[in-house]
Design a protein around this ligand. Sequence first.
Ligand code: GUN
Ligand code: ZN
Length: 433
Amino acid sequence: MTSPRVLRGRLLDLTADPAVAGRDALRYVEDGILVMDGGRITARGPADEILPTLGDTPIEDHTGKLILPGFLDLHIHFPQSRVIAAFGTQLMDWLERYTFPEESRLADPDIARAMASFFLDELLANGTTTALVYGTVHASATDAFFAESAARNTRMIAGKSMMDRNAPDFLRDTAKASYDEAKGLIGRWHGAGRQMYVVTPRFAITSTDEQLEACAALTHEHEGVFLQTHLSENDREIAFVRELYPWAKNYADVYRHFGLMGPRALFGHSIHLDDSEVAMLAESGSAAVFCPTSNTFLGSGLFDRDRLAKGGVKIGLATDVGGGTSYSMLETAGEAYKVLQLRRQTLRPLDAFHMMTRGNAEVLGLAHLIGTLEIGSEADVVVLDARATPAMAHRMTAAAGDLEQELFVLMIMGDDRSVAATYVAGERVVRPR
Ligand code: GUN
Ligand code: ZN
């Protein structure tokens, strides 16, 4: 038998998309109680209603702080925790000079385990409880990642990168080996507890036709697996794709041709798209994933959120560590705001917090499980403090009682210091020192 965990604080979640429902999408309880039991949220509501039902169950007091669903990060590379802050290059040189050599280290399962462990602890310290994760080409490294995630009981979605050309020898697989290895990983991990699999061809440049066909086969043969890859991030990348696939109408057409688009497919970056590419994403129900800190750091370009949204494309938000420069979804939302400023677009705080939680969960089709504080949802929770640093506390003296301003302060000034606590499946996570 489990015993319930009871949190007291300011409950905040989004029950709809604020871009559609406006402020009605916001569900906020100033003095709230959240009860978690057996890994799920079992009760929630105003303290004066819930407290009398609880008997002498101890209460974890987060009064004054915001209690939200744990964040989701829809594009991140677990082997790249030491690639962050690699100086002076753009995508193709960055891959060759920094990223591929680092990823080769994960051939050693002990290194892979240590990297996975550090990475998951860092995500949780930042309040991120679910992520869509790229592994290296080594199946054993993705096994190590899932084992670490299972030990923490986190809901993670991960996959081995598939690369059978245009990569160094030591990071290349074959179409057949990558299919067999991914199939093995799906058998061992997809649906094992909270773990899920994502078929992961790195990008069109590093896969042959045969490997892209194998990816489509994997998604058709296994119910509920996702697909992730990179799309239209950088000008040199796009030119190389044009050379490799002269028959394709454009970059997205390569993925469409091989049957890789669909409602469970997520395309990282999706910056430099023509109108027909936007239509392909929209018509197939695929998602574009906005990775703002990566796009500024690697000088890739400015994501055109309004154009994609108007075209009917689902949009997710992600860090893309280690092209991205922070594990924090708060900092990521802040950078998204700045990128959209440069586009003369905007990101209102409610929209940003929706993206980080229910919005990203909706993109995955998992909003019935994660991304809200609904009764019955999995109890992944983050507790946020908008006064975590002296500068934030000082700024907050000018925001008294204004919830949207408080959320904006969190996304512009916040990071892991603003995360007062994280809970995974109802259990409090303690950050290792
Ligand atoms: N395109 C192919 N691989 C990668 C990667 O590791 N990071 C980013 N940002 N883009 C990529
Ligand atoms: Zn990436």
